[in-house]
Design a protein around this ligand. Sequence first.
Ligand code: NAP
Length: 451
Amino acid sequence: MAVSDHVDFNQFMDGVKRRNPHQPEFVQAVQEVAEDIFDFIQDKEAYHEAQILRRIAEPDRVISFRVCWEDDNGNVRVQRGWRVQNNNAIGPYKGGIRFHPSVTESVLKFLAFEQTFKNALTGLPMGGGKGGANFNPKGKSTREIMRFCQSFMTELYRHIGADTDVPAGDIGVGGREIGYMFGQYKRITNRFEGVLTGKGLEWGGSLIRTEATGYGAVYFLAEMLATKGDDLVGKTAVISGSGNVATHAAEKIVQLGGKVLTLSDSGGFVHDPDGFTQDKIDWVKAHKTHRRGRISEYCDAFKGATFHEGKTPWGVACDVALPCATQNELLGEDAKTLVANGCKAVSEGANMPTDLAGVHVFKNAKILFAPGKASNAGGVAVSGLEMSQNSERRAWKEDELQQMLKDIMSGIHDTCRQYGDQGGGYIDYVKGANIGGFKKVADAMLAFGVV
Ligand code: NAP
């Protein structure tokens, strides 16, 4: 007789904690999803019999490896690299690579878990994965970055492939790093294939991939506002981060008539009461990407702006907020401040930037709140389109891709609404995204039997 997993929520979470000691980020991500899934599967015996929730909270595999490289002074340096292949029920593993000193197995397991549902929401055939290393790119020379990327790929190449696992960029990994890694993959395997996304346009990359995550987060925000008959014209926006996601979110907000008041980095935030215009955003992009500078230097270039060292921007009054830097950067108290200051909508550009307490504040206040797995899915969606273009050996035009991105974000919004509509005009987007993503992956897993 089958053993059903009719355990209660606390028993389930106790098991997750016991099996994943010292992995708080992973436990947090599982809890956020399980809170919604528990209710949804309550009366669905097939999921219980197949132990789907228990299985979905266990990565397919976690690969950990040593990465040795030589710095410019000839010293041998040693880092740890990982690839978490979380779930490939609906397609090859897909998810970014992060280089940051805060990277741990817990962080990558949480990101790979989230990625699985996010990728399902896009409607494209992509499983979930994530990888990275506890390598700090800050202050490293271009040669050092190249040697590190080559060494990282010298191990990673044996675990990935265009139909197996297709990594992309993430924090600390942009076009330059993807180039070095792709070059090394090609050199080792003698294959030119769509094994990485976020590639340069000359060698298999897709138009609008760079912009897609930030733009997508704003398209999703606009979809949420539209449910209230509202739009972004004249709205003030507070944004954290000043990397890829943050700067493109800022750009799209400005294009749609809003006013961006803040950007930040790990040193603090800049408040520009006059608003970040396109010229100012271009300056930030060049400053952070090419000059590898700090956001504090913005105040030397533009009068009227102030820098707030060591602070996050959530205390600045705004209509909409977009956390676009990193996980757990918006805490319960910050969420209360935003709501008290009249913030109407939050669209997460980063992955899990709002902690569980903050999520509960937004849900209780019933403001429009989009979790990253829905609102930041535009990046991986265009990565999926890059994979299709690589398989077809062709490149689509920009306007075709823009339309596809808009359609995908709108489709994700529809899915969230389908599973998250609570009546009385309130859509619980967290619940909608969790159930919509889970259902697709879980149903595929059921079809495969016990594997
Ligand atoms: P990025 O270009 O490397 O920029 C990251 C930004 O966040 C930088 O401004 C960085 O500041 C800041 N930051 C990083 N760690 C921080 C910390 N511990 N505290 C405060 N600020 C911190 O990375 P990104 O691609 O924009 O990614 C940002 C977020 O979006 C991540 O959560 C990522 O997983 C998520 N995301 C990215 C994509 C994508 O397509 N790139 C897709 C989906 C989700 P410093 O310069 O000081 O480090």
